[in-house]
Design a protein around this ligand. Structure first.
Ligand SMILES: [Zn+2]
Length: 213
């Protein structure tokens, strides 16, 4: 096999949480992660493999925005595993990002207190207020800080938007299921734009023009 065959850049785009290989084939680097013998992408980007070194990694799609440690982001949870959750950040410091940026939340950064697993923190579809804690790729975020945590959540059982019961506990008004989350003190307050209809989207775009620098 020639050297050229060892190193290969693949054209297809993978998304965070997508299975890209198994551990017998490749070793993941910091752009992907392993769980139960399977390797998943942490990023949106292209797969690059090195068969000789048995390495696999993701080259991320470019970011168009400067993001710094300590910035506050608002993101939607894309997937949840035991140890990590993947988010797409739609706002950073209250500015809408045209192309959402992927970020990883590790369970150890979800609370000041011990949290057993990520399923007690957030679920796919939830919206979170987060702080940027590392700007290396992938971006790392945490929930320790004032106002951080889940701000909108949807029922594990029926998908309905769920209501605040008490800190870190929510209740579904539809099916009554009580479920844990790491809640922000701003839970349920309209501090971000919710997913909007097409008509509202046009209005929002106009308003965004005013704050764009
Ligand atoms: Zn429900």
């Amino acid at each position: 096999m020639s050297k050229k065959d060892d190193y290969q850049s693949h054209n297809e785009i993978v998304v965070p949480g997508e299975k890209i290989a198994i551990i017998e084939e490749f070793l993941p680097d910091e752009t992907c992660f392993e769980e139960e013998g399977e390797i998943f992408s942490s990023l949106l980007g292209n797969i690059v493999t090195d068969r000789k070194k048995h390495k696999i990694s993701i080259v991320p799609k470019k970011r168009y925005l400067q993001i710094n440690v300590g910035d506050i982001g608002i993101g939607r949870v894309e997937f949840v595993k035991k140890q990590v959750a993947s988010l797409n950040l739609h706002y950073v410091n209250n500015i809408n990002i045209p192309l959402p940026v992927n970020a990883i939340l590790h369970v150890s950064e979800a609370s000041k207190h011990y949290v057993r697993n990520m399923y007690e923190v957030a679920r796919p579809g939830d919206w979170l207020a987060v702080k940027i804690i590392r700007t290396s790729t992938p971006l790392s975020v945490g929930l320790v800080g004032s106002g951080l945590g889940v701000i909108i959540a949807f029922c594990n059982h029926c998908g309905q938007e769920i209501e605040y019961k008490r800190q870190d506990l929510l209740e579904c008004p539809n099916c009554g299921l009580i479920q844990p989350r790491i809640t922000s003190r701003n839970y349920g307050k309209p501090i971000i734009y919710k997913p909007v209809s097409h008509r509202d989207e046009n209005k929002r775009q106009k308003n965004m023009g005013k704050i764009r620098r």
